[in-house]
Design a protein around this ligand. Structure first.
Ligand code: FAD
Length: 339
């Protein structure tokens, strides 16, 4: 384990922001986590636990220690007639893991294909797409509780998963380093076509009985067509969460904007599209210097090349302000701002 100083994070965040960190360390196993927390650099500095950097924005230089989790390895820890439990290192790339599971006929995660980032961040954000969330297949995880300095295992209920949320964004925020995650996957195919855009795409291609491979390929195609490739144009996916509002507020909006779509949620709530709101404020495709809103998707802020984190952050604040003025709604960031 080597702690590096004055380290550029440009290759460690999908926005491609060239922010510097005072200190940087790459962690390859649990022993190195223990070693790290006993160092002076760790105890004397603020720190940030980094995965693939695909859900964060470095708004400025990081005055502290970046802990880059690179714990690798995938293995079956239990195999039963109808399911397996697979354990995966937090530093494995999520999409590699999804692909490997499908290739080995362990089913369930296909709808989550092509989500950037590493496995360790999947429970933090409770990643979701095309009708499922990782919590639907999550079994348990292990990691170090930084306060107690013990490695512990947390199960599905312990993690308090919610829409793009979990205990790791609340009570355990900055207090837990995830080292391994386990998923319970089916040995028989699970076909989830609850997401309209996905089922429509399957119908379009006249596929009567889609299998898991078709779902995986279709999700990849949809995502590739819809989302800008961060390797070509820096971005962190959806910058804002889709607002969940009361039915009352929704019907008021519907009176003014009859074309607004709502998706019913538990507790008399309605989820609406943040992308639609932003589009109505005419932000889609707009560019200010090297920061902008994607032409493909209004929810995605992009770095055209040399934007710095502050510029992207300022753009996001302008968008929030216009959405507030037009709809009286406060957009919440999905991307974590690091400053
Ligand atoms: C083009 C694009 C499309 C996307 N599409 C989706 C989508 O469809 N659905 C979706 O949910 N997300 C999506 N995202 C967001 C992002 O891919 C996910 O949130 C992903 O899980 C982030 O992983 P990461 O490894 O890059 O995490 P990072 O951005 O590095 O970190 C995210 C958070 O997790 C924490 N963290 C990371 N690793 C650990 C660890 N080992 N222990 C403790 N905490 C940790 C970090 O401290 C931080 O709080 C998209 C992003 C992009 C760029």
């Amino acid at each position: 384990m080597e702690i590096l100083e004055n380290y550029s994070l440009k290759n460690h965040n999908t926005f491609g922001i060239d922010a510097k960190a005072d200190y940087y360390v790459s962690i390859r196993n649990e022993d190195e986590i223990e070693e790290l927390i006993n160092t002076e650099v760790f105890s004397k500095n603020k720190f940030f636990i980094l995965g693939g950097g695909s859900n964060i924005l470095f708004a400025e230089a990081f005055k502290g220690l970046i802990i880059d989790i690179n714990i690798r390895g995938i293995r079956i820890i239990e195999s039963h007639d109808d399911y397996v439990i697979v354990e995966v290192g937090a530093g494995e790339f999520w999409n590699d893991f999804v692909t490997l599971c499908l290739n080995n006929k362990f089913y369930g995660l296909e709808n989550l294909a092509l989500i950037p980032g590493k496995v360790g961040a999947a429970p933090v954000q409770n990643i979701g797409a095309y009708g499922i969330e990782q919590k639907d297949f999550f079994y348990s995880l292990s990691g170090l509780n930084i306060e107690s300095k013990f490695f512990v295992t947390l199960n599905n209920d312990d993690c308090i998963f919610n829409y793009r949320n979990s205990i790791f964004k609340n009570e355990l925020k900055n207090k837990f380093i995830i080292s391994y995650v386990r998923y319970k996957l089916s040995k028989t195919e699970i076909i989830n076509l609850s997401y309209k855009e996905l089922s429509q795409e399957i119908i379009k291609f006249n596929i009567e009985q889609p299998d898991a491979r078709i779902i995986y390929d279709t999700v990849k195609r949809l995502r590739t067509n819809k989302l800008p490739d961060y390797r070509l144009m820096g971005n962190a996916g959806s910058f804002f969460k889709n607002p969940i509002i009361s039915e009352d507020k929704f019907s008021k909006l519907k009176n003014i904007y009859p074309e607004i779509k709502g998706f019913t949620q538990p507790g008399k709530k309605v989820k609406i599209s943040a992308g639609w709101l932003i589009e109505q404020c005419e932000w889609k495709g707009k560019r200010i210097g090297d920061s902008g809103v994607s032409e493909k998707h209004a929810l995605i802020l992009v770095n055209y090349g040399n934007a710095n984190g502050r510029e992207i952050l300022e753009l996001s604040m302008q968008i929030k302000q216009t959405v507030m003025e037009k709809f009286d709604l406060e957009l919440e960031n999905e991307v974590l701002i690091i400053q």
